[in-house]
Write a protein that binds this ligand. Structure first.
Ligand code: PHE
Length: 468
């Protein structure tokens, strides 16, 4: 009943760029470089690359093949394989619902900063209090959020092929060119600070690429491993139903293994380039101690770096924020699309009607999140020790609590209830090759569920609590 035709990607490259569009997001730009700088540079990179090729590949393959084989969204896909597991589909659907409430709020912030660099206000943005003043102001964050959300809604409203595929085909290559341009420029930087010390971009690059094994203990290694793992599955947009939805739009003649590798390559490539752009830039102007996590890296530290560069910084800042705007738009489109597509199935309604209704609901919930910085302000300490406002709280529930849990349950379901060969068969449809079949079968049964369980316990703070 729910298989009402929703359209699909017209080509393999269209699918790859749309999936890469979902995967490449703010996580690649603001979290990956920060983790790499904190976790021993090249050591983190090496661990991350190994994880991409093993865990990343396993989780992405599971979602995409699950979507294509069932032709359904997460909500209906799990139940259609095994009625007793239908609840897992519904639980998975909860993740994009939660993320939708705040993703366009962040998108709005990025849009605001993009306009700043185009309207010559770059020096204002470099002031310490600028970001806080902006997000706590009553109207402006809401206006920018609504603009950002409208852009995404228009793309989703246009449909899979004419909207998402076309948009991704334009945005993703442009994003790649911009990030390569900015990264190359960052390597040519050179700056003498007040004490006369000269620092260069190439030295910064060395810091990023060379493994720093100083003081490495087993527990430190374990924590780097878990950092890399949690970054990986957030970055690939797995375990939230999004890749299941996109998988359901892929034609049977597409070679899934090849496409999955291309998506991984794109996502990892952008993350690596983001590091090669941000770490040297921060190193040259502030020193790597200036690397901070989350919003303050992008909205506080980097604007300062751009201002220190003089006039070139304004151009670079504009290129940087447009790039990340593109990354955020395609990610938000994928979240919205998952909600729209699922509701079209659930309510047997047209794309146009559902897109409008979901966009309005998303706008209302995002306004509430925006008000979390003024009207509904609170400061809560999360079980993992971080302090949180409304946005961080929702982010914590979806990313630290639900995502590892869903990943764990999906691995158990596919690995032990359905059997890895069920995915293997889909990967080999039409004579396509699935070279890593054995690796997949092993990963989905043993290492993936084990590490997901550890990650779940760790990121919820339970581990800390148990051993405190
Ligand atoms: N994968 C995106 C990133 O790395 C994040 C994202 C989360 C995208 C949820 C879509 C949905 O930033």
């Amino acid at each position: 009943m729910e298989s009402k035709k929703k359209g699909g990607f017209s080509s393999s490259i269209g699918f790859v760029l749309a999936a890469a569009g979902s995967a490449v997001g703010v996580g690649n730009v603001w979290r990956f470089p920060y983790l790499a700088a904190r976790d021993g540079g090249g050591l983190f990179l090496l661990i991350y690359l190994i994880l991409v090729l093993t865990f990343g590949f396993t989780l992405l393959t599971t979602d995409i093949a699950l979507g294509r084989r069932t032709g359904k969204n997460a909500w209906h896909a799990f139940g259609s394989i095994h009625p007793k597991w239908a609840w897992l589909g519904k639980l998975t659907f909860l993740v994009p619902v939660l993320i939708m409430t705040y993703y366009s709020v962040i998108g709005g912030w990025i849009l605001k900063y993009s306009t700043i660099y185009f309207t010559g206000q770059a020096t204002d943005a470099a002031q310490d209090s600028f970001f806080t003043n902006f997000i706590t102001s009553p109207v402006s964050p809401i206006v920018f959020m609504l603009l950002f959300l409208c852009l995404c809604a228009v793309v989703v409203y246009m449909g899979v092929e004419k909207g998402i595929e076309k948009f991704s085909k334009f945005v993703m290559p442009t994003l790649l060119l911009l990030i390569i341009g900015v990264a190359v420029y960052a390597l040519t930087l050179r700056h003498t600070d007040a004490s006369g010390t000269v620092r260069t971009g190439l030295e910064g690059l060395k810091l990023y690429l060379v493994p720093n094994l100083e003081g490495l203990t087993f527990s430190r290694f374990l924590s780097i491993l878990l950092d890399a793992m949690s970054q990986l599955f957030f970055s690939l947009s797995v375990s939230m139903g999004i890749m299941i939805t996109y998988g359901s739009y892929v034609k049977k003649d597409v070679d899934l293994s090849q496409s999955i590798h291309q998506v991984e390559l794109f996502d990892t490539g952008v993350a690596l380039l983001a590091g090669a752009m941000i770490i040297p830039a921060i190193y040259v102007f502030v020193g790597v101690e200036g690397m901070s996590s989350g919003p303050s890296l992008m909205f506080v530290s980097l604007p300062k770096v751009f201002t220190s560069m003089g006039p070139a910084g304004t151009v670079l800042g504009a290129a940087f924020f447009v790039m990340i705007l593109f990354a955020a738009l395609t990610s938000c489109v994928s979240i919205l699309e998952t909600l729209v597509s699922t509701c079209m199935d659930l309510f047997h309604a047209s794309r146009k009607t559902v897109s409008l209704v979901i966009a309005v609901l998303a706008a209302v919930s995002s306004v509430i999140i925006c008000l979390g910085y003024n009207v509904f302000f609170f400061d809560l300490t999360l079980p993992n020790g971080n302090s949180a406002q409304l946005l961080d709280l929702v982010d914590y529930i979806s990313n630290s609590f639900l995502m590892p849990l869903i990943s764990l349950l999906t691995c158990l379901f596919i690995g032990w209830v359905v059997g890895p060969q069920w995915i293997g068969e889909e990967m080999e449809v039409g004579g396509a090759k699935f070279k890593q079949k054995k690796l997949y079968a092993f990963m989905i049964r043993w290492p993936a569920p084990i590490i997901m369980a550890v990650l779940f316990v760790q990121s919820t703070g339970l581990l800390h609590w148990l051993f405190a």
